[in-house]
Design a protein around this ligand. Structure first.
Ligand SMILES: *Cc1c(COP(=O)(O)O)cnc(C)c1O
Length: 440
């Protein structure tokens, strides 16, 4: 019999998937936008919901066959509203980017202006300009104006932002939307401080909680909907418990335009299995979110302090390094963010390079920026505490400052990692965090 090339490819995919699981079992995952879901969420996303369509809204579907889907989606919305004390939730966005697009579509027209943080100031590409292929500019035709940023305080400058908005109004370019939130996000944004001012100009305020959704749910960051944000968007898998997806929240006044933007505007299928997974994650966050967020803040601070003690230039020093799950480190004393990322990966320490304030002016780019970004959400979910953060800071020092061969550290990293193989802050954790499930 001739060996099937197709079967070879088929087998290869499974073997790579297994390799990946094994690798993460032995790694220190510090990507701030990632997390590990509970076995319960994984069970939901392999259900038959993933093979169905449920276009529209529960009770108003376009297809039959949605009896149980409708019940789950209704529960999912109920849980989302409870978790964030919101009057309206749309759980259909398949990602954070799609959630932001729903806001752009519902509350602005192409050619309108949006205020947002620039990328070195922590902004996300979905808030970006057309010339950078940013979603807001490229897909919805928005013009972007950046908030003035205070690099010392690592947050939006309130007074300069007010002055900028006055200037924009004078030149006939008053923004329609104001976007808060970001991807490099160490400290809360001044929503409370700017909300009345923005509202006096009738500017719609959206808060993008993609990164900090789990901290907000746990009551450990700012509370944007109480501080004056009209709507809030997020990813459901960064500091929240997954699976990958998006969510939009608002008040009753925002319900109709958001629903129309989401369907038929931005979705046909909304990935029903992930919707079920989100419902599980919201229930977990309601039950365990406070403890989880509390531990995240302790861990992030401990990591920042230890890296600083070891000689690193950790951003936001004057404010205690962080009030979120993230730490940002300027590594220009040793090399650049791109090279550091690659070296650490050889020792199974997974981080990402990061543009930091000053990079663009100095001519540095995304491939070789001045910083790295570290997030502790996944390690915290695995049960790590302050002591483990110190050990991780030491591994990083050995590689980046002492320039030790990362390959030689590999066995130490694996040994360190061995005892953290379960997901914490969940109802059931029989399956290991990175245990590969074979169904064939
Ligand atoms: C990650 C991120 C997004 C995008 O979320 P996806 O779920 O990956 O589409 C949007 N906004 C911010 C601020 C982010 O950090």
């Amino acid at each position: 019999m001739v060996k099937s090339k197709n079967k070879e490819s088929y087998n290869k995919i499974f073997s790579k998937l297994k390799d990946h699981h094994k690798w993460f079992e032995n790694s220190i995952p510090l990507i701030a936008s990632e997390n590990v879901p509970s076995p319960a969420v994984r069970e939901a996303i392999i259900s038959d919901f993933g093979n169905r369509y449920a276009e529209g809204w529960p009770g108003e579907r376009v297809y039959a066959g949605c009896i149980y889907i409708d019940e789950v989606e209704t529960e999912c919305m109920k849980l989302a509203k409870k978790l964030y004390k919101a009057k309206f939730a749309d759980v259909r966005p398949v990602s954070g980017v799609v959630a932001n697009l729903a806001i752009y579509s519902a509350f602005s027209d192409p050619g309108d202006i949006m205020l947002a943080p620039s990328i070195p100031a922590g902004g996300h590409i979905s808030h970006g300009k057309k010339e950078h292929s940013g979603t807001a500019g490229l897909v919805h035709g928005l013009e972007i104006e950046f908030y003035p940023f205070d690099a010392e305080e690592m947050t939006i400058d309130v007074d300069k932002s007010k002055a900028k908005i006055k200037e924009l109004e004078k030149s006939g370019r008053l923004p329609k939307l104001a976007m808060f939130g970001g991807s490099l996000f160490l400290f809360p944004h001044p929503v409370k401080e700017l909300a009345d001012f923005l509202k006096s100009y009738d500017i719609h305020i959206n808060y993008d909680a993609a990164h900090v959704a789990g901290l907000i749910a746990g009551g450990k960051f700012q509370d944007p909907l109480r501080e004056g944000a009209d709507t809030m968007t997020m990813s459901t898998h960064k500091t929240l418990f997954g699976p990958q997806g998006g969510l939009v929240l608002g008040s009753k006044d925002h319900e109709e335009p958001i629903k129309k933007a989401m369907f038929p505007g931005l979705t046909s299928s909304h990935h029903i299995h992930h919707m079920a997974g989100k419902a599980i994650a919201f229930a977990e966050a309601l039950e365990f979110g406070k403890d989880y967020a509390n531990q995240i803040l302790k861990n992030a601070k401990a990591l920042g302090e230890e890296l600083n003690n070891l000689g690193f230039r950790v951003l936001g020093e004057s404010r205690g390094f962080t009030k979120s799950h993230q730490i940002a480190v300027n590594v220009l004393d040793y090399s650049d963010g791109g090279k550091v990322e690659a070296e650490l990966e050889k020792a199974n320490i997974i981080v990402n390079r990061q543009l930091i304030p000053g990079d663009i002016k100095a001519g540095r780019n995304y491939f070789h920026p001045g910083g790295i970004r570290l997030g502790v959400s996944e390690l915290t979910r695995l049960g790590m505490k302050k002591g483990e953060m110190k050990q991780i800071a030491n591994f990083i020092k050995e590689i980046v400052i002492e320039k030790k061969d990362p390959k030689k550290l590999l066995s130490k990293v694996k040994a360190f990692r061995k005892n953290y193989q379960k997901v914490h802050y969940c109802f059931d954790n029989k399956l290991g965090a990175y245990e590969y499930v074979k169904l064939r």
